[in-house]
Write a protein that binds this ligand. Sequence first.
Ligand SMILES: C[S@@+](CC[C@H](N)C(=O)[O-])C[C@H]1O[C@@H](n2cnc3c(N)ncnc32)[C@H](O)[C@@H]1O
Length: 237
Amino acid sequence: MQDASTTFDLAADNYNQQLQQGLTLSGESADFFVQGRLSYLAELLRARAAEVKTVLDFGCGVGNAAPALRSLLGASHVAGLDCSHASIQCARQRFPESCYQWSADSNSIPDTSFDLVHTSGVFHHIPLAERDDALSDIYGWLRPGGRFAFFENNPWNPGTRLVMSRIPFDRDAICLSMLESRRRLRKAGFVLEAVRSMFFFPKALGFLRWMERPLGYSPLGAQYLILCRKPMKSLDE
Ligand SMILES: C[S@@+](CC[C@H](N)C(=O)[O-])C[C@H]1O[C@@H](n2cnc3c(N)ncnc32)[C@H](O)[C@@H]1O
């Protein structure tokens, strides 16, 4: 199996076209999913009165989530980290503004510096034996009380499997069930605050989307979010 940096270096120039090859089945664009994920996250953060000024996008790819991390969450500074140099180069060209900082070097990320770490569709590309270490790094980059928004594809949803099989860079991925993700996040020291599923209906069944929020408590959506918190030492330890 190719490592993620090679896979995504090769895919960087046409990452969004490859992604769209799979997403076409849903009738929606990649941006529809970015907006859907981050507006759901914004609701959950607002309900917790969580202040988010600085965000790290772990596995940011070519930077697709960056503008919405600012516009929907109100972040003033977004740092993107990715193991693929070519993807980081693309992100830097697409979003050169000073509110964004792009890096392929995890050592450049200072400890306890972020209000929120966001990750989407990254952990299924990380080998099983390296997943706990990646979560420990993320834990270290958050300030005490900071949040971690962990978005993943749901292997229990047949539509997700079908979409992934059509995307060249997703074919070797090993999905994480919600159970695996919850276990690993707890082991890394996070307090789990909310677990939600999303994206139940393709565009053709859009008239049913009013049911998305109530269904969010079931484990069957195409993707899921686990929102967690790094404990404040004095309160939680
Ligand atoms: C499917 S893409 C998702 C990109 C972006 N989050 C998005 O939603 O458009 C997965 C990304 O994770 C990155 N990645 C995989 N393993 C990583 C690791 N251990 N550290 C940093 N980035 C990683 C890949 O290089 C790739 O850009």
